[in-house]
Design a protein around this ligand. Structure first.
Ligand SMILES: *Cc1c(COP(=O)(O)O)cnc(C)c1O
Length: 217
């Protein structure tokens, strides 16, 4: 696969569901990828990336932004509260608001700074014990809690359980977003982004299908 191949699959999936390609943002997930692959995708003009680790992003993106100009970088990995300040300085969006203590910290930072990255609440749609995210039954209340802190929430994010049909998880997330008046839906990865587009994804997070397999060494 390649960036161009993924872009044409994105366009085809949008066409099949009566959507415009502009309604879906393709986040190229560059975590753990060798720099030359990331530069290759930047050279092709792509300007939206996703990272999972604050430190890795900090080591990579200030230089790349200086070289390539305006690049958006979204945080899609778990965020420790003590890295929240670094994260709001570094990222244009955080997709992993997954607990009240983090929401409170982000709300305080937003107040001090007068601005905030875009925020997505991570929902543990499969209610998996080992996975981060707000449980589906608690999500409406958590959104209300965030709004009471004046925290601007853009949308919801999920990672469906491995080895199951993702469609019901995407449908659940879309339903929760709609009933709470949220327009953003961060869902869909290399293996299932077309299904996510069919269910209304506004942000798809695609790594290995663009860059090749990750080597964690
Ligand atoms: C790594 C990661 C991705 C990208 O996964 P691929 O299967 O390589 O497309 C997407 N979302 C999250 C949250 C990730 O951690």
């Amino acid at each position: 696969m390649s960036l161009a191949a993924i872009q044409s699959r994105l366009t085809a999936a949008c066409a099949a569901h009566g959507r415009t390609p502009e309604s879906v943002q393709l986040i190229a997930v560059s975590k753990v990828q060798p720099l030359d692959r990331v530069v290759g995708v930047l050279d092709q003009g792509h300007r939206l990336f996703g990272e999972n680790y604050v430190q890795e992003a900090q080591a990579k993106w200030p230089d790349l932004r200086a070289r390539f100009g305006a690049v958006q970088v979204h945080m899609i990995g778990p965020l420790q509260t003590n890295k929240a300040k670094l994260a709001v300085d570094l990222f244009d969006a955080i997709h992993t608001v997954d607990r009240p203590s983090l929401a409170e910290k982000l709300a305080k930072l937003a107040q001090t700074r007068g601005s905030s990255p875009q925020l997505f609440i991570q929902v543990n749609t499969g209610a998996e014990p080992q996975k981060a995210g707000i449980l589906p039954n608690d999500t409406d209340a958590f959104i209300t809690q965030c709004r009471a802190m004046d925290l601007a929430v853009q949308g919801l994010m999920c990672i469906p359980p491995e080895g199951t049909d993702p469609a019901p998880h995407f449908a659940m997330l879309a339903d929760m977003a709609a009933r709470n008046g949220l327009s953003g839906l961060s869902m869909g990865m290399s293996s299932d982004f077309e299904v996510a587009i069919a269910h209304g994804a506004t942000h798809i997070r695609v790594g290995s299908a663009i860059f090749g397999a990750r080597d964690y060494g």
